[in-house]
Design a protein around this ligand. Structure first.
Ligand code: ATP
Length: 624
């Protein structure tokens, strides 16, 4: 085991607080010294008994050693009672601090590209796992194991000193094989946990399929498509791929168990025989024999108890994974803001919407061979209502994520009032994001009360006026009226008194969140397919109200329904990684380009009663 990992584990003791650690360490130390004290006290009792035999009636010979032995036993019992709550408190504090550290690390990363990578997800799984099988160890298991190991070695030194006082060779004969057994165990468990960790991608996949098999939403499809057997087979395959090598290692280790057994018991038996013969020959007293036997056994009991070896070896991959994670995420992270809330103009001092520019932006997802955006230039004027259209996969959502600073361009830059949004001097993307609000296409349905879903994490008290405007203008008011506890109803059936909303109703909630942000200071409103779940009539009403709620903010709207974008100040068509067309609806339709062809297809289809989305069409104006 690398010394550095052991030191890192010990450093985490600070998370439990000095008084608790001091109490725990003292308790462990006294407990570790007890075997040596017990050996000496036992020898003293036996010796006193012999003198008692020679001088009957002189009970005083026996009183002191017996009191010492009794005290040692009592202290042992008391320490055991004290140890459990102290250890539990230490573990709770260390694991709590660890979880907080990981959360800060994950949230502190300004961009999400590293977070999305499979390796990062595996590392996160490794560092956040709650031990569910005995093979898994938490960080606090390792910290406590390491502390106990250090203290135990101090106790061993005391016991070894007692042994050496009778015969120095006893320390060598007993100590060397016992240390060898321990080193073998450390190697075996280190290898074991390395094999376990190597299978984590399969562990993750098995976990995914387990979740799919139990989640209600997925449960619908599992039943309708009838792939339950396939799903179980798939989950089992991942479990076997992960655990097969672990079980093979267990078998191998079990077969090799003869070596530690021989190393443990042969020297101990030899010492017992030699000391017993010494007593028979008169070379040693019974008291000496008892002391040696007691001390020898305690050396063995300490060195061959493998709990802490397993705990430290099991926690080592967690420490190593945390270090790798910190390196990956730390390079792009800054401390997470204390409160992640909607933008507040006052906090940035900004009141006017900024001039936004994409300057020759090239962006490629990690591992992809083709760029999504390829030298894209775009200026968005303050207060402008800009619509972005394009076919599936053209890169519209990617453009939104770049605007929100969730990714860094591979080349070029995105600026607000001429300043790169990733410029750390200006506060980086975290500061920039407090000036904008985004409705994502794949928005998240938080299991919170409706009102909390709208004012989500806002710093300070809820702004009632802004909330009312947001609820009215987003069309959420009629939805709230029908909820059993109105705005306080939890939006999840798994919460007590909670309800599930339909896709369209959820979209009203998310729109209300965006409106609330605009009324509390956001100057840029980005809407990625904000009405995809709404029926055409509701959509049109929502858009009418939204245009009145923009409050002077710049609005970037992505939509497949061209009927919703025709009122925009400007429409840009994204194709082949660049802005292929730009202008008002009238200009673009008059130009007779791709937009005009798309609009005509949708208009014709709408007249014929089809949905008017882009997916079924190509930019050349042909139906697929
Ligand atoms: N996180 C990601 N990692 C890797 N590739 C991605 C990721 N997100 C999107 N892509 C790829 O980038 C391309 C553009 O995707 P994007 O979601 O930006 O398109 P879009 O224009 O918004 O599409 P749609 O109209 O279907 O919503 C697609 O080829 C997609 O597969």
């Amino acid at each position: 085991m690398r010394v550095r990992v052991r030191l890192l584990l010990l450093r985490r003791l600070a998370d439990a607080g000095l008084p608790v650690v001091a109490a725990l360490a003292t308790t462990l130390l006294v407990q570790a010294l007890l075997p040596a004290a017990t050996a000496v006290a036992t020898a003293a009792v036996v010796s006193a008994m012999r003198r008692e035999g020679e001088d009957p009636g002189a009970l005083s010979h026996l009183a002191t050693p017996l009191a010492l032995l009794g005290a040692a036993l009592l202290v042992n019992v008391a320490l055991k009672a004290l140890l459990r709550p102290l250890a539990t408190l230490t573990k709770i504090r260390i694991d709590g601090a660890h979880r907080l550290r990981v959360a800060r690390l994950a949230m502190g990363a300004g961009t999400i590209d590293t977070l999305e990578q499979p390796r990062t997800q595996d590392l996160l799984r490794q560092v956040t796992r709650e031990p569910s099988v005995w093979l898994e160890k938490s960080i606090s298991d390792g910290v406590l194991g390491q502390l106990r190991t250090v203290v135990q070695y101090l106790g061993l030194a005391a016991t070894a000193a007692v042994l050496a006082s009778f015969a120095w060779w006893l320390v060598l004969v007993l100590g060397v094989p016992a240390v060898a057994v321990r080193l073998l165990a450390i190697r075996r468990w280190r290898r074991h946990f390395r094999i376990w960790s190597a299978g984590l991608p399969d562990h993750r996949s098995a976990g995914y399929w387990t979740e799919v098999s139990t989640a209600p939403a997925e449960g619908k499809e599992v039943r309708v498509f009838g792939f339950a057997d396939w799903l179980v087979g798939r989950q089992q395959r991942h479990v076997r791929t992960h655990l097969g090598p672990v079980w093979a290692d267990d078998r191998r280790a079990g077969l090799g168990q003869w070596l530690p057994t021989v190393l443990m018991f042969v020297p101990l038996a030899a010492v017992y025989v030699i000391v017993a013969r010494g007593v028979v020959n008169g070379a040693a007293t019974v008291a000496t024999e008892v002391a040696i036997l007691t001390a020898a056994w305690s050396v063995y009991a300490t060195l061959i108890s493998l709990d802490d070896v397993v705990n430290v070896a099991g926690a080592a991959p967690v420490v190593e994974a945390y270090e790798e994670l910190a390196e990956r995420l730390g390079a792009v992270s800054r401390p997470a803001p204390a409160v992640l809330g909607p933008p507040v103009a006052a906090s940035t001092g900004a009141t006017a919407p900024p001039v936004l520019r994409f300057e020759k932006v090239v962006f490629r997802y990690p591992g992809a061979d083709r760029p999504v955006l390829d030298g894209l230039d775009l200026e968005i004027r303050p207060g402008e209502w800009l619509a972005v259209v394009g076919l599936n996969g053209a890169g519209k959502s990617t453009l939104v994520k770049l605007l929100a600073g969730l990714y860094r361009p591979v080349a070029g830059r995105v600026t607000a009032d001429g300043v790169d949004i990733h410029d750390p001097v200006a506060g980086g993307p975290a500061a920039w994001r407090r000036r904008l609000t985004v409705v994502f296409q794949d928005f998240v349905r938080y299991q919170l009360a409706a009102v909390d879903n709208v004012t989500f994490g806002a710093p300070g008290p809820v702004d009632a006026v802004a909330l009312e405007k947001a609820v009215t203008r987003s069309g959420l008011a009629p939805v709230l009226e029908r909820l059993p506890r109105g705005a306080d109803t939890p939006l999840s059936r798994t919460r007590s008194g909670g309800v599930d909303l339909s896709g369209g109703q959820w979209q009203h909630v998310i729109l209300a969140r965006a409106c609330y942000a605009v009324h509390t200071g956001a100057r840029v409103l980005v809407l990625d397919e904000p009405t995809a779940h709404l029926d055409v009539r509701t959509e049109s009403e929502v858009f009418d109200r939204l245009s009145g709620t923009r409050n002077g903010a710049t609005t970037v709207l992505i939509s497949h329904r061209l009927s919703t974008v025709r009122g925009a100040d400007r429409i840009v068509l994204l194709a082949d990684g660049v802005i292929a067309e730009s202008g008002t609806h009238e200009e673009l339709t008059a130009a007779g380009g791709r937009y005009a062809r798309l609009f005509k297809i949708q208009a014709d289809r709408f007249v014929q009663g089809y949905d008017d989305r882009l997916e079924g069409s190509t930019l050349d104006g042909e139906s697929r």
